[in-house]
Ligand binder design. Sequence first.
Ligand code: ADP
Length: 355
Amino acid sequence: MKVNFKKTYNFAIISSLYISLFATFFAMILVKEMFKYSFSSLLYFGIIFIIIIYIFSFLVIQYRVERFIYRRVKKIYDDISLLESSTFITQPITTDMEALTREVKKFATDKKLEIEMLKIREEYRREFLGNVSHELKTPLFTVQGYLSTLIDGAMEDKVIRKKYLKRAEKGVERLIYIVEDLDMITKLEVGDLNLEFSEFDIVDLIQNVFDLLEMKADKKRIKLAFENHNIKPIFVKGDKDKIQQVVENLIVNSIKYGKEGGLTEVSVVNLTKKKVLIRISDNGEGIEKQNIPRLFERFYRVDKSGSRSEGGSGLGLAIVKHIIEAHKDKIYVESEFGLGSEFSFTLEKVKLNIS
Ligand code: ADP
């Protein structure tokens, strides 16, 4: 490897100055004693002597020091470049110890940060795998349980057969949506989400989600409605499918955690000149204050017992947050335990809105 060599001369300049001063002083005393020169000749001798000695010792010291330090410093550089730090080996080699110490220190700090990041990633990977297998286990065992019972003889009974097959199917459905959520969150977390921006009517999109979830809401006699009944079209800019998923996840949650016969209301309001705020509120179970900051974490659930009837993958809100942040927008939550919750997010307005 050809390396540049950044020279420093301070050491040689100062050392040769000492040597030449001392040598000249000494030589002048000797010459004065031995040859009894006049003062002007002695001065003349002294000047020529000091210049010659200075140049000579400067050259020797500089050359020797360079060779000495260069060999050692180069070894340090070579050892470090074995670790393949591209930033380090591209720099010219310096024999300036202060600069070298600084560079090595910086190199060590960078490496420490890198190691710390790798540790965090490793921890994240382990936690993620643990969570994934935990999430998949429950529905898998449910399906396996029903199928085994059927094989062991339950399929002879027509009524039980149908019932158990239906339950097994439910388990498989749950597995599918967990896997779909996992797929989505993985893409989101590696930043692999290619947003396809378009301009669309958010009111129309929300109405579509209402229609899609009507049956689910009916089962709990929950009413899905706009806060303002004669709401006009409002055009926004974003990835329509992903925003639909956000609205769907939030409304599904408002149904899941809503009370029987409750109400989910959606409103779209002008927030600033450029942004609208979409609010989804319910009068359901609400969330205790201490749980609010962690809601958007992957796999976070308020009720961890798994005993409640409504169980998701715990990824819904993490997905929502990722999508909104990928749009460079914000999501907010307000909740009163026992009274209800309100999730809201911003979106970019399209200019053609008349407002
Ligand atoms: P899950 O799949 O468990 O619904 P989410 O990420 O969608 O996962 O939600 C995380 C947790 O936040 C839920 O387990 C629930 O406890 C709480 N939560 C979300 N939305 C609401 C809501 N509208 N009302 C009350 N609690 C909610």
